[in-house]
Structure formats: C-alpha cells, structure tokens
Design a protein around this ligand. Structure first.
Ligand SMILES: [Zn+2]
Length: 411
C-alpha cells in the first residue's frame, strides 16, 4: 500500500505555500509562490528517485527510467497552481499522488518496463494570464505566440514570466512538445469538485469522460425609452428578452435528465443601464457543456432558434457569436475498464461519472489514451478555502492510481 501519512503531510506542507488569511491558497503560475512550490515538489520527486527538469513551458517533470528507456512513458500529472484564494487539494493531490506512486514502487523494489513521468503542468487554472491548461497545451503542441503575448494584471507577459523562471519559451516547439505515440498513457487524479461521489457515498470515482464547454456571446437589441412614459404594450425591452432566453437555456438543458448537460448564463450587461430607462440592449454569455459533441450541437441549435423566436415575438434583434468551443473527451475505454478491475480488487465500489470541469487530461487526450480518477470532496466545494478531501479518500485514490499505473507501465 502507498504511504498515506507521507502523502498527507506533503499535501499539508505544499498547502502552506501561498496560504491566505482566509485559510485558502493563492499560488498563481510562475509567481514566487509557484517557484517555492515547484522547488518543494522537485525535492520530493528526487526523493522518489526521479530525475527532474523543467521544460521551456514551465512544466515540472520528474522521470524514473524503466527497463526499456526508449519505451513511451506512462505519464501521471496535474497542476500545483491555484485560483485566487483557492484550496490546497485541487491539482495538488494529482501531482503529489503521482510522486507517491513512484516512491512506493521504488520502496517496494518494483521496476517497471516503461519509464514513468510525473508532471506538474504550468498554469492549468488560467488565473494569471486568463488562459488555462497552458502547460498541457504546450506539451500537446497546441500553443503559439499569442499564448506568450498574454499579459497578467501588472502588464507582464507570459513570455517574460517564463524567462524570469530561467526558461526559454522560444524552445517550446523543440523541447516541450510530444507527438502522438510518444506517451503510452496519461493518468490524472483530481478532486471531483462536485457533489456526485459524496451523495453516492463513494470515496473514489472513475471518470468516463470530460464535458466540453461551448461559449457564446449573445446580443439582444431593442429600443431604450422613458420608464414612465413608454406604455408597457409598446416596449421592446432588451432585458426581458434576455431573461426569457436565459430561462430557455435552463429549460432546454433540464430536458436531458440523467445526462451531464449544463447550461449557464453567467454574465449579463444591461444598456444604457438606468433605473428610469427601459433597457435598449442586453449582452450576455451562454456556456453549454456536454459529454456528447453531437448532442451539444443539437442543444445549441435549440437555444438559438428558440431565442430568435423570442426576439421575433418581442421585436428584438438577437445575435449569437461563438467565442470558444472545446471538444468533449472520452476517457480510454481500456483504461476505464482497467480502473474498474483494479478498484474491484481493492473492494472499492466503482462509480463511473463524468467531469463537468476541464482538466489537463482533456488536452492530453489529443496525443494519448487518458484515464482519470476522482476523489470525493466535502460538499462538492472547490476553488474556495473550504475545499476539503479526506486523507483516507485521497489515499484510496492514490492506491488505485498506483495499481493502474503499474499495470500500464508493465509492458
Ligand atoms: Zn484542478
């Protein structure tokens, strides 16, 4: 069995770096706190027998050789950057769990056929340069100049921040990128960040897929007017149209019961924005997520045509602009069934669920087979100082991670 006490202690120690007065953690990518956290993680990687380096994208990589040095490695990863005032488990348990797996193998004298790498990806959260999963995207060959030109709140570019870490971002293409076939499999353990496992009374879950978000910007154009003199029957109130469309998003997404379909209007601006003015214009965001790309298109189409009908009925011009679309990802069926088999061996109830949040695994799926393990978290809370996962649950997830990694690295 993996060493639960050591893992617990490391989670606590890492959680002290960037601790906030509210008891949360702020550890933005490529900050001083991130530098300290990476140094500590690197020290633990070395204790586990790994050779450690940073690639030009700021990914911290520990590697232990297998019997065949040339064989594509099994990679275990996640991230140690956080959102502003986030928790100490999001991301961290995946990286520290990976280190624990390798250290455990070493202590047990287990030498695998394939090398194993543990990666702490740079800026998964996107809380510093507002563009997340940077490290995994760089590794998968999906980043470009635009990613390096992004600035943080103080006007520092990501390129400058990487250079400040002694890295050469210009070398990402030649030194960081891995091509399909160069990685045997990617495994990630993460807290669930939702209430499903807790509700089911299951400490650990196996992720079947990761939902992909589609973001749209919607503009509703009516006519502004005086709140006292414009009769109710003659109004073209843009906010009322927007409100009706937001309710439609809810109605449509709830019409797919039992599926991980989610629709959210999270941002709304009303113009001109006066207590005594009938709203002339409303701008809002729509986020639609699903695990099934075809069904997501069907939902978007239903929302769009329903919104145009609402616009017609209310005399409003409605326009949709697509802002971002990330494909949903299916975890490898072979890894999912391997996880089920190993969890049965541990007498764990194997609950399969989907991830509504994005993870580095989603990016890694473009170059290799991926598998994800979720660990139950208290009240489904995450990105908050109150984020909490039981050490016993994390230990179970890590043990499952170890058994799956051992099998995947065996041949
Ligand atoms: Zn995370």
């Amino acid at each position: 069995m993996i060493n639960r006490g050591r893992l617990e202690e490391r989670i606590e120690r890492l959680g002290r770096i960037g601790r906030t007065p509210e008891g949360g953690v702020t550890r933005l990518a490529l900050s001083d706190e991130d530098r300290q956290a990476q140094a500590l993680a690197a020290e633990w990687m070395e204790q586990a027998g790994m050779s450690v380096y940073r690639d030009p994208a700021g990914n911290l990589i520990g590697r232990i050789e297998g019997m065949d040095r040339e064989a594509p490695p099994v990679v275990i990863g996640s991230h140690i950057d956080t959102v502003q005032n986030g928790g100490k488990y999001d991301g961290a348990i995946g990286v520290l769990g990976g280190i624990e797996v390798v250290q455990h193998f070493r202590e047990e004298g287990l030498c695998t056929f394939r090398p194993i790498e543990v990666i702490a990806f740079c800026e998964e959260e996107g809380s510093r340069f507002q563009s997340g999963m940077f490290g995994s995207r760089a590794l998968a060959g999906m980043t470009g100049e635009a990613d390096l030109e992004l600035t943080d709140g103080r006007g520092i570019t990501r390129r400058e921040a990487l250079a400040g870490f002694g890295l050469e971002p210009g070398r990402i293409g030649v030194q960081a990128v891995r091509r399909p076939g160069e990685v045997r499999a990617y495994l990630e353990m993460h807290i669930e960040q939702g209430p499903v496992l807790e509700r089911a009374g299951a400490p650990v879950g196996i992720v079947g897929g990761i939902a992909g978000p589609a973001w749209m910007e919607v503009s509703v154009e009516g006519k502004a007017g005086h709140a006292g003199t414009l009769p109710m029957t003659m109004r073209r109130d843009a906010l009322l149209g927007a409100g009706e469309i937001a309710l439609l998003v809810e109605h449509i997404c709830r019409s797919y019961p039992g599926t991980p379909v989610a629709g959210t209007v999270g941002r709304l601006a009303v113009l001109p924005g006066g207590t005594n003015i009938v709203p002339g214009r409303a701008l809002f965001s729509v986020d639609i997520r699903d695990i099934d790309a075809i069904r997501r298109e069907e939902i978007i189409e239903r929302v769009r045509s329903g919104a145009l009908e609402i616009g017609d009925r209310r005399g409003l011009a409605v326009r949709f602009d697509e802002r971002m679309k990330i494909d949903p990802v299916r975890c490898s069926p072979a890894i999912v069934s391997l996880m089920k088999e190993k969890s049965l061996g541990m007498k764990l109830e194997c609950l399969e669920l989907v991830s509504g949040a994005g993870h580095d695994a989603q990016i890694m799926a473009s170059i290799t087979d991926v598998g994800m393990i979720f660990v139950r978290c208290k009240d489904g809370v995450s990105h908050h100082p109150a984020e909490f996962a039981e050490p016993a649950d994390i230990a179970l997830g890590t043990e499952l991670l170890a058994r799956v990694a051992l099998e995947l690295a065996a041949r």
